[in-house]
Ligand binder design. Structure first.
Ligand SMILES: [Zn+2]
Ligand SMILES: [Zn+2]
Length: 176
C-alpha cells in the first residue's frame, strides 16, 4: 500500500518524529513499511510537519500523489525539498547546551565543550529512529550542507526560548 495522509482516527497514536500524540481528526502522515516483525505492513504515523522534517522523500512522494487540499501543503513541500536536497538534515532532532564536555562531535570528532550549543541527531533505519550523537552547531554547515536549522531544531525542542534561539543562531554562524 501507498503511504497516506489522512485524519487521525483517534488521539492515541504517537508521532514517530517527535514522540507527542497526534490529536484526533488532525491530518497525519502514515509511512507504510514491510512489517519488521511478521507478515504484511506496518504504518508509522507522523504529524505532517514532523514527517516533512524526518521522512522528506516519502512525504514529497505522498503530497505529489494526493490532491486533497492540505492547509500547509506549500510549506510542507518546501521543508521536505530541503530535506531531500540536504540529506543529513532529516537527522536533526533538536538543539541544546552540552550538559558535559564528554560528547564528541560526529563531524569534526573534537569534544563538544560543556555549555556549547550542539545539534542532536537521530538515524532512521527499518522504521526506527535511534539516537546518533551530536554535532557542534558550528559544524552544521559542513556536516549538513546548510546552517538553516533553527526552525527545525525549535520544532523538536519547543522549550527553546527566544534567547536560546538567538544564541543558537550565533553558534551556527560561528566557523571554527
Ligand atoms: Zn510529531
Ligand atoms: Zn564539530
Amino acid at each position: 500500500m501507498h503511504h497516506t495522509i489522512e485524519p487521525a482516527a483517534s488521539g492515541r497514536a504517537g508521532c514517530k518524529g517527535c514522540g507527542q500524540k497526534i490529536a484526533k481528526g488532525e491530518l497525519r502522515f502514515g509511512e507504510r513499511l514491510p512489517n519488521a516483525y511478521g507478515e504484511g505492513e506496518m504504518t508509522l504515523w507522523f504529524h505532517l510537519r514532523c514527517g516533512a522534517y524526518k521522512r522528506p522523500e516519502s512525504v514529497l512522494e505522498t503530497l505529489g500523489r494526493i490532491g486533497d487540499p492540505i492547509d500547509e501543503r506549500a510549506e510542507l513541500v518546501k521543508l521536505a525539498e530541503e530535506g531531500v536536497q540536504h540529506r543529513r538534515l532529516a537527522r536533526v532532532d533538536g538543539a541544546s547546551h552540552a550538559p558535559t564536555g564528554r560528547a564528541k562531535c560526529r563531524y569534526c570528532r573534537l569534544p563538544i565543550s560543556k555549555g556549547d550549543w550542539r545539534l542532536s541527531l537521530v538515524f532512521y533505519e527499518d522504521g526506527r529512529f535511534s539516537a546518533a550523537g551530536f554535532i557542534h552547531a558550528a559544524c552544521a554547515q559542513d556536516y549538513l550542507g546548510t546552517r538553516d536549522v533553527v526552525a527545525r531544531a525549535r520544532h523538536f525542542n519547543p522549550k527553546l526560548s527566544d534567547e536560546d534561539v538567538a544564541a543558537l543562531e550565533a553558534a551556527l554562524a560561528a566557523d571554527d
